[in-house]
Design a protein around this ligand. Structure first.
Ligand code: HMG
Ligand code: MG
Length: 314
């Protein structure tokens, strides 16, 4: 058909779980990833190689990668903040040399403001970019793809409204440093569609829109609207989280990402867009709603996905 293909990056197992205070077992995390792959998801962010002192919940990512199934046609990127994280990942990969790679992609991250970079990475934006240079090069040399995240593209919880020209310039740096895609993080979940549109148009002056992704948190209930706005402005990759899980530990009060089920539902009857699943298939909305229900039950709460709730009560 002539529909535009939309890629979803499922960040539930990483962004979704990283902020949970209660212990979540490696087997529950691996089961979440396996279920998502079975439901047709093509890209599943599996965890982070960050400091366990900073984000204790992601400490078991090596075990998750080693114990989950590897579904053909699925990408399992992991977050890497620095050289130490990359070394840990590469040493894990080297112990699996004769088998299919545990992952073929990392994601690095920085921010549009120094205050957020300080909270999330204990450094400034410019120092974080300088630190990431060799990390990105080494990852590319090791045959990994590298994605870049850029946080607080609209609003920073510490320094307020963010200038879109700064977002454009940092996004361009990440891209020039070797990131094949830059995910624009609306970390706080306060942005409105008009602000998102204006920001994307500015960032497009620095990075081709085909290399941009949208990452929206739903604190003020605008995330689905922001996703649709991003698509209207040419973005074709959206980060979302099953059951609306999540939140960044360094963005106080921010809720989870836009729920994957809500994005799937909003695009269900679209004549313009088709959401790509793994192996040329589709992502099953009902199965995703069940997964969102199940994982939230594991965490002792109801799913945050509106479509997930509605489907469950039918
Ligand atoms: P630091 O304290 O300045 O680092 O933190 P350090 O180099 O001084 O290391 C401190 C300790 O951590 C040392 O251990 C290191 O060895 C260890 P000690 O000697 O004290 O025993 N360490 C590590 N251990 C394991 N893996 C590592 C690692 N690095 C150091 N990679 C650092 C700097 C970058 C490490 C820290 O700030 C950090 O880990 N930050 C990550 C925070 C994070 O994961 N945030 C959430 C993800 S980003 C996000 O959610 C936003 C996003 O969703 C988009 C959006 O919504 O905006 C992507
Ligand atoms: Mg996030």
């Amino acid at each position: 058909s002539s529909k535009q293909m939309i890629n979803l990056v499922e960040v539930g197992p990483r962004d979704g779980l990283q902020n949970e205070k209660q212990a979540i077992s490696v087997s529950t995390k691996a089961e979440l990833i396996n279920r998502l792959a079975h439901a047709g998801v093509k890209t599943i962010e599996a965890g982070s190689f960050v400091s366990p002192k900073w984000v204790p919940q992601m400490a078991g990512t090596s075990e998750v990668l080693s114990s989950m199934q590897r579904h053909s046609g699925v990408n399992y990127p992991v977050l890497v903040p620095n050289k130490k994280g990359l070394e840990n990942l590469l040493s894990l990969l080297s112990t699996h040399k004769d088998k299919p790679a545990l992952t073929e992609e990392i994601a690095v991250f920085t921010a549009a403001t120094d205050a957020f970079a300080k909270a999330n990475l204990n450094t400034t934006v410019s120092h974080s970019l300088a630190n990431l240079g060799p990390v990105i090069r080494e990852a590319l040399d090791a045959g990994l793809r590298v994605r870049g995240y850029l946080s607080v593209v609209i609003e920073c919880p510490y320094s307020g409204r963010v200038d879109a020209r700064v977002v454009r310039d940092v996004a361009r740096e990440l891209s020039e440093m070797g990131c094949y895609e830059v995910s624009l993080g609306e970390t706080v979940g306060k942005g409105t569609p008009d602000q998102v549109a204006e920001m994307i148009e500015e960032v497009k002056k620095g990075v081709p829109v085909g290399q941009l992704a949208g990452h929206f948190h739903d604190t003020f209930g605008t995330a689905v609207a922001n996703v649709l706005t991003a698509l209207e402005h040419g973005i074709r990759t959206i980060d979302s989280s099953v059951g609306g899980l999540g939140g960044c530990p360094y963005s106080p009060g921010a809720t989870g990402n836009v729920a994957t089920e809500d994005v799937l539902y909003a695009l269900k009857h679209s004549s313009k867009y088709h959401v790509a699943g793994n192996n040329e298939g589709t992502i099953d909305l009902e199965q995703m709603a069940d997964i969102g229900w199940w994982i939230n039950q594991q965490l002792g709460r109801e799913t945050a996905s509106r479509a997930g709730k509605a489907l469950h009560s039918q």
